[in-house]
Ligand binder design. Structure first.
Ligand code: GLU
Length: 377
């Protein structure tokens, strides 16, 4: 067994993401046999002492069937209605199947807002930890009924990575309908090989995942690669694994070379910085000069007002802003110590002048290094 695959065999805390296609009959209603088969596999892992969290979609597909809809609606409120109808069926199916194994399950519904609000994020984390300690198996989905279109997680790859971050999982398994990540599009190149092992966040992976027109369709491989990079921030390894292989989870645990393993390269970020890096929405942007961009990129440096050239957005003190270089590339994100109106007045000026300009000083730094995380790739 390779060192990478041994890591899977040793993993104690697993987050397993199952997409709609793997639990529904052709994207329509739920496939009870498929749910039972997945539950059997998850129960086996749980029985071996692993802590298992399931992230499953299928609510919209099941809701559409229950409502007698044959076509996916375009209107967000109709999708949300379908999700509301279908989610009860989804958790009921899982609960019934886990009951047969004497495993207690629980429903967790999350939106992006829940995870960007620090207090709700901490609440979600401690609830998931409590469930883990109780040996309850959480079934997580996006809270589709209240999610905004703009910030929906979509096919749950991102949500699964954030859950992996929340619980500091050892392993994230993203089950999909391909054999893994191919080096080239296997439709146009039948000799294209599967990548068995790579580093999460490696920029070459994005090129392999392809843009539009790739074989991976909506959500696609790009979101899976991005999810692996996010998961790596908590030291979590990701496997993009073939959902069509019978017994795939047990076989992964036994060390079989299935799918693509993406291992974290960096040291895990502390929880606070991870939360910062995962903000999908920032309140504003600070355009910083090349010197400040270089200084931040070197790591462990604070951002000073003197390095800021331009301020965009209307943020308050303590909100999350992005730091972008003069070419518009994001370098870092952090919690800013002054509101936008005041940053506009002190930008480009040495920290020693802040008091004279504003009449007070909160902190000499604009963003303290402890509240700043590098996000540039
Ligand atoms: N969370 C959704 C579900 O469970 C995502 C899938 C979709 O938008 O169709 O159905």
């Amino acid at each position: 067994m390779t060192a990478g695959r041994e890591r899977i065999a040793r993993a104690r805390r697993w987050v397993v993401k199952i997409g709609s296609a793997l639990v529904t009959a052709g994207g329509r209603g739920l496939d009870a046999d498929a749910i039972r088969a997945w539950t059997d596999e998850l129960a086996a892992l749980h029985g071996e002492g692993a802590e298992v969290l399931l992230v499953s979609s299928g609510a919209v597909a099941e809701g559409m069937t229950r409502l007698g809809w044959t076509r996916r609606p375009h209107a967000l409120n109709e999708l949300q209605a379908a999700a509301a109808v279908g989610q009860v069926g989804l958790v009921h199916a899982y609960e019934t199947a886990f009951d047969a194994h004497n495993i207690r399950s629980a429903q967790i519904l999350l939106t992006h807002d829940d995870l960007s609000n620090r207090r709700r994020y901490l609440n979600a984390r401690s609830t998931l930890r409590a469930l883990g300690a109780l040996r309850v198996l959480p079934v997580v989905n996006e809270n589709d009924t209240v999610a905004n279109d703009e910030f929906r997680f979509g096919e749950n790859d991102t949500l699964a990575a954030l859950v992996a971050n929340l619980v500091e999982a050892d392993l994230l398994v993203i089950l999909t309908d391909t054999a893994g990540l191919y080096e080239r599009d296997p439709r146009s190149d039948p000799d294209a090989a599967i990548i068995r092992h790579a580093t999460a966040g490696d920029p070459r992976l994005a090129a392999m995942a392809g843009g539009s027109g790739s074989i991976w369709g909506r959500g696609g491989m790009a979101t899976k690669i991005d999810a692996a990079a996010r998961a790596a921030r908590s030291g979590t390894a990701t496997v993009i694994a073939p959902g069509s292989e019978p017994g795939v989870l047990g076989r992964l645990r036994a060390g079989e070379e299935l799918g693509t393993l993406l291992e974290p390269s960096q040291e895990p970020l502390v929880a606070r910085k991870r939360w910062l890096a995962n903000q999908l929405q920032v309140r504003g942007q600070l355009v910083i000069d090349a010197g400040a961009a270089r200084a931040l990129a070197e790591g462990n440096r604070s951002l000073l007002a003197v390095g800021v050239q331009r301020v965009e957005g209307a943020f308050q003190r303590g909100e999350v802003v992005a730091c972008v270089d003069p070419h518009g590339r994001e370098i870092a994100r952090g919690l800013v110590n002054y509101p936008a109106s005041e940053v506009r007045r002190i930008r480009g000026r040495p920290s020693s002048e802040i008091e004279t300009i504003l009449g007070y000083v909160v902190e000499p730094e604009l963003i303290d290094r402890d509240n700043l995380v590098l996000t540039g790739r």
